[in-house]
Design a protein around this ligand. Structure first.
Ligand code: CO8
Length: 258
């Protein structure tokens, strides 16, 4: 199926999605978000795909929601049209891991998109920020919720209230990104990470994502209980038998995703 705002390919067991509105620094139009969700859902349902990588271009991961589009909206347009949540919340329902590979600007909705992914790998020239305050709005796709969880209340306040950008080094120090790599190696590093993840058991990696995400939604004791139940569940998989047998046989495991 042809897409107009994204480029999609499959590399072995990894689905690679490139945001592709370079003339607008990959600003997130409704059409782009619709296409993105569609393809993420398609990959999520595809048995052959284990992991997804989401990347922009050298200048921008995404510079936020599309400002010319938003400038025309009335309150009724955004409220009755359910701007964002219409599709955005479906991101949270994707069960396989998504790696955000961020070069250049990740601002507003772009930063929120990166934070909605499971692993964030940043190029050394990446810049993160929630500049909505400069436009007279607040972050609307999770920025005020995910940022404090990722980087502390004080830094989230600093970024959202001043609208300033933070560079990749500060973002790594603050815990927003898992690692920083040279810009010219971003895709290679993200794909290598995705291939590594893809080499493991599909149900097990999905359980890990579900369990870590539960840490954000619940108390520690309930989270520990949930983790224990999923841990027990892994012993019902053939991949647990294979993984442990392979260790004892001193050979690499050959998982069958069951
Ligand atoms: N929307 C639409 N077009 C954009 C956007 C955007 N967010 N950002 C940049 N562009 C366009 C520019 O208008 C320009 O187009 P043209 O060449 O036709 O004039 C082109 O991209 C290049 O941009 P600049 O010339 O401005 O490039 P610079 O290198 O000088 O500056 C910046 C780069 C600093 C990134 C600057 O473009 C900028 O400040 N952009 C706006 C960033 C911003 O405010 N983002 C937050 C938007 S609000 C938001 O995201 C709300 C989130 C709600 C949830 C959304 C979920 C979908």
């Amino acid at each position: 199926m042809p897409y107009e705002n994204i480029l999609v390919e499959e590399r072995e067991r990894v689905g690679l999605i490139r945001l592709n509105r370079p003339q607008a620094l990959n600003a997130l139009s409704d059409e782009l978000v619709d296409e993105l969700i569609l393809v993420l859902e398609r990959f999520d349902a595809d048995e052959r795909i284990q992991c997804m990588v989401l990347i922009g271009n050298e200048k921008a991961f995404a510079a936020g929601a599309d400002i010319p589009m938003m400038a025309k909206f009335s309150y009724m347009d955004v409220y009755k049209g359910n701007f964002l949540t219409r599709n955005w919340d479906k991101l949270r329902l994707i069960r396989k891991p998504i790696i955000a590979a961020v070069a250049g600007y990740a601002l507003g909705g772009g930063c929120e998109l990166a934070m909605a992914c499971d692993v964030v790998i940043a190029a050394d020239d990446a810049k993160f920020g929630q500049p909505e305050i400069k436009l007279g709005i607040i972050p609307g796709a999770g920025g005020t919720q995910r940022l404090p969880r990722a980087v502390s209340k004080s830094k989230a306040m600093d970024l959202c209230l001043t609208g300033r950008m933070m560079d990749a080094e500060e973002a790594e120090r603050a815990g927003l990104v898992s690692r920083v790599v040279p810009a010219n190696q971003l895709l290679e590093e993200a794909m290598a990470t995705a291939q590594k993840i893809a080499s493991f058991s599909q149900p097990v990696l999905m359980m890990i994502k579900e369990s870590i995400n539960t840490a954000y939604e619940t108390t520690l004791s309930e989270g520990i209980h949930f983790e224990r139940r999923l841990f027990h569940t892994t012993f019902a998989t053939e991949d647990q038998k294979e993984g442990m047998r392979a260790f004892l046989d001193k050979r690499p495991p050959s998982f069958i995703d069951r």
